[in-house]
Design a protein around this ligand. Structure first.
Ligand code: HEC
Ligand code: HEC
Length: 248
């Protein structure tokens, strides 16, 4: 066991190319990613990588891959992340999708942020980094998800009202009459839809045609203007307040 560790470490060190790549990656904060890249005989270029996203994504292929990854046993977050990364190709696809495993069930079953959004948004963030495009795409994805009946092509679909796994699953159970534990096929299709929607927005940003269309409801905007940075300035969020609070 120890011997194996020593050998693999020495192998790594005697491989001058890999060592040089490793040093460069440590410098960019991505040193922990060297193993998968090495395993595939590739090394990661210096970040940012936005210039490697230079042709439109195949939205329908990403939808299918998101669904298939889920049926393969990946959680929703990993499935969506991997679907977009594979659509993007290298260097993005060299990132281990397991980094998003924790996102399943809204954070290992806590029902917070829907994992499909989390995973797709992580891919968007990996592409655009700190560019404003990350914020506007993810913002639109959250709003679209909150207001859209999902999965798009299912017989039974439901509107979550916010980006929470908890609300999404609960409303689907109500609409379908099914149990939460029966959600597999539904969450698989939804994972594909969310990954595809992120890809669509990314394509629009690439083409320079992206225009956000979702707006906060008038009602929520009123609460928001007072409570988020306004007079009360005592909370944070863009979710529909009435989903959880009475007005006053
Ligand atoms: C004109 C400003 C204003 C608007 C508009 C407003 N609030 Fe408030 N809200 C306050 C203030 C001031 C308080 C009391 C102090 C505090 O909690 O910050 C308060 C208190 C609250 C509380 C704490 C519990 C309670 O009921 O006292 C909640 C929850 C709340 N507001 C939610 C909302 C929601 C939801 C909306 C929109 C439907 C809304 N507020 C609209 C100013 C506003
Ligand atoms: C998903 C449910 C959810 C949504 C949506 C939501 N809240 Fe809350 N909010 C909570 C919870 C939970 C608390 C903590 C309540 C507690 O601990 O008593 C809280 C607390 C608050 C408080 C402090 C309450 C107090 O008693 O002082 C305010 C003010 C508030 N929310 C305003 C808003 C506004 C404005 C919006 C919309 C922009 C909003 N909330 C959306 C769940 C939600």
């Amino acid at each position: 066991m120890d011997e194996n560790k020593k050998l693999s470490r020495r192998d790594f060190l005697v491989n001058a190319g890999a060592a040089a790549a490793g040093v460069a990656l440590v410098g960019s904060g991505l040193g922990f990613l060297t193993s998968k890249a090495d395993a595939q005989g590739a090394s990661l270029p210096e970040y940012p990588w936005v210039q490697h996203f230079d042709k439109p994504l195949d939205v329908e292929a990403i939808r299918a891959a998101g669904e298939a990854n889920y049926f393969d046993g990946q959680g929703c977050a990993e499935a969506a992340f991997g679907a977009v990364l594979d659509g993007l190709g290298e260097p993005f696809s060299l990132i281990p999708s397991q980094i998003l495993n924790y996102g399943k069930g809204g954070g290992v079953g806590w029902g917070t942020l829907c994992g499909a959004i989390n995973g797709a948004a992580a891919a968007v963030s990996l592409v655009f980094g700190r560019d404003q495009a990350t914020t506007v795409i993810v913002n639109e994805l959250m709003a679209w998800y909150s207001q859209t009946a999902l999965p798009l092509s299912a017989d039974v679909n439901s509107v979550a009202g916010n980006p929470l796994c908890h609300a999404s699953i609960s409303n689907w159970c109500k609409a379908s009459g099914k149990k939460s534990s029966e959600r597999g096929p539904r969450c698989a299709a939804l994972t594909g839809d969310v990954a595809a929607q992120a890809a669509l927005y990314m394509n629009e940003v690439l083409a320079g045609t992206f225009v956000p269309v979702y707006e906060m409801s008038e009602e929520t905007k009123e609460c928001f203007d007072c409570h988020v940075g306004g007079m009360a300035d005592d909370t944070l969020g863009k979710m529909d307040c009435k989903g959880c609070h009475e007005g006053h």
